[in-house]
Design a protein around this ligand. Sequence first.
Ligand code: RFL
Ligand code: PHB
Length: 392
Amino acid sequence: MRTQVAIIGAGPAGLLLSHLLGLQGIGSVLVERQSADHVRSRIRAGMLESGTVDVLTRAGVGERLAAEADHHRGVYLQWPGERHHVDFVDLVGRSVSVYGQTEMTKDLMAAREEAGRPAFYQASEVTPHGVDTDRPHVTFTDSDGASQRVDADVVVGCDGFHGPSRRAVPGQHQRVWERTYPFAWLGVLADVAPSTDELIYAWHPDGFAMHSMRSATVSRLYLQVRPDEDVADWSDDRIWAALTTRLGAGREGWELGTGPITDKSVLPMRSFVTTPMRHGRLFLAGDAAHIVPPTGAKGLNLAVADVSLLADALTAWLRDGREELADAYSDTALRRVWRCTHFSWWMTNTFHRHGDDFDAQLQLSQLRRVVDSEAAATEFADNYAGLPIRFG
Ligand code: RFL
Ligand code: PHB
């Protein structure tokens, strides 16, 4: 099989890239390890920057998002005895939208099916070849056990942190930057109306807690736990008790509604960047190139920013014969990646209990500064609500 762009991985990055390229008349083939149902049901991110909403809307996949997403003016920052609203609309003129990654994935899959764009699900042994040459290709075994080969002008690795694309870049051409954190998140999904209108990020002596939501009847909540935490040690009662303590600290008259927990998992926290994001005719995008801890809500938004830049670059190259944007892709994307990596690192270090009581006082001083100083609040809002896709 021959196509212009072979895309490994059909998560949000791969699906959106294929869609954006299709709108410009560039052909692509998606090769995905999991089944479509598995991809559709993975519970992950939930907060979309305004720029992400703009990209999806301009690409014609924003209809359900416009009808169903919850638009938030800002977030609440809290520590014992104090809760403050940071209003992004007032500070930087942009809002954010709560719309599950699962919903965005469903919209992109529906658009792919409607356009009849080819995809192989349940592919195994997916391997990129010849990325240093003018004739790259991808081989894999399809869901029927048959060997397949896709020849392409370029290969794009949208295969997440564990995929094979990043490993196809020879070690001497790659640099990896990494930070692991001494804590993790226990994430739960619960059938209960959210007890807040907008997200709450809470600092607490017992550890960080967060209250997010998916709909008027479904809440998404997180607790800081140890990285080796066994989810089996967390009964529903223990989870609700910890959330009530951490989110309710010093807040007379506010109550956390509880309900049946439908999903629980422990999420590791890591910062990771690999550079460059292009090697020959192989491009990396989304989690294949970088991971941020979820505290800044940046992972999915960065994936969208990458593929938005890449779709323009590949269109200019493959349709119009101009390679400048493709040459600039890695540097352009990495400027934004490093900004979001810093913001996510800052949010993570500021909100989670680690270190000693001296560190705790510095964290609280930082948080007070964000709500007391308009300059500090504006810097926070600008980063959280999302920087321009072409940044710096
Ligand atoms: P994805 O979503 O990981 O998709 C990559 C796709 O590649 C496939 N794949 C392969 N395909 C073919 N061959 C192989 N050998 C392959 N290996 C892997 C995978 O099956 C998958 O379909 O990356 P993408 O598209 O770059 O999108 C990035 C976002 O998904 C990610 O940044 C966020 O979801 C990160 N993230 C979160 N971000 C937030 O902002 N807030 C969150 O609450 C949040 N929760 C999460 C998360 C990521 C998680 N993972 C990756 C462990 C929770 C989890 C559990
Ligand atoms: C979520 O709704 O899952 C969510 C929101 C904001 C974050 C992380 C996760 O920072």
